[in-house]
Unconditional design. Structure first.
Length: 223
């Protein structure tokens, strides 16, 4: 049975999309997003075509929508900003859902939401159908600077480490009866976030010192 494998963003499978070389998928995503961003925000039918093509690709890749939807939470900051735009933008006013908002801000918010959502779903589809090490190898084939590929490799490797640390800290809180049920618990969550940052920073320092002790030259790129 297909299941998440290798990384939390990857969904193991053997679909035609999975088998496409990683560097070709990266180029396809880049070209697709250039077209999406260049499309006027008022061309709603065109965005409907983009969304349909993307949904068809997900179906062909056999990636469950239930796998992608929780990972779309990364778009929440963009959604919040888009919600504010009609209220903070200037220009002619109009009525929307009983509220008086900026007409230009409303159009800009709609354009931002459509483009951002399509971009997030397309990126998640790439991640869901491409194993991380294949993706890094594909970026290398595209002649991305070696240093950038190395940085991305470290990011992928230690993202799981930090996520596991967050999970252990959550279990420790809950084992002591803690439940984040109101804003009064935000102080505890803030201290947890601070502790996680410090632990992550210290772990990064240890990794850096270990690399230096093995002869790694951060300026020369050698080891």
């Amino acid at each position: 049975m297909a299941a998440a494998h290798g990384h939390r963003l990857y969904f193991s499978g053997d679909s035609p999309v999975h088998r496409v070389p990683a560097h070709l998928k990266v180029l396809a995503l880049l070209g697709f997003m250039i077209v999406v961003v260049a499309t006027p925000g008022s061309a709603y039918p065109v965005f409907g075509v983009y969304a349909t093509l993307l949904l068809a690709l997900i179906v062909v890749a056999r990636v469950p929508f239930g796998f992608l939807l929780p990972r779309m939470l990364v778009e929440v900051p963009i959604v919040l900003f888009a919600v504010l735009m009609p209220f903070i933008a200037t220009g002619p006013k109009t009525t929307f859902l009983g509220l008086t908002v900026s007409e230009h801000g409303l159009e800009a918010a709609a354009s931002l939401l459509m483009k951002a959502t399509i971009g997030v779903v397309a990126s998640l589809t790439l991640a869901a159908t491409t194993e991380p090490h294949h993706l890094l190898a594909g970026l290398g084939r595209l002649r991305l600077p070696h240093e950038m590929v190395q940085i991305m490799s470290f990011m992928i490797r230690y993202l799981d480490v930090v996520t596991d640390e967050m999970r252990r800290m959550r279990i420790a809180r809950e084992s002591r009866g803690f439940r984040a049920s109101s804003f009064r618990q935000w102080g505890v969550l803030g201290r947890t976030a601070s502790a996680l940052f410090i632990r992550s920073y210290e772990r990064g320092e240890r990794v850096h010192l270990a690399m230096l002790s093995r002869g790694h030259d951060p300026h020369g790129g050698g080891s």
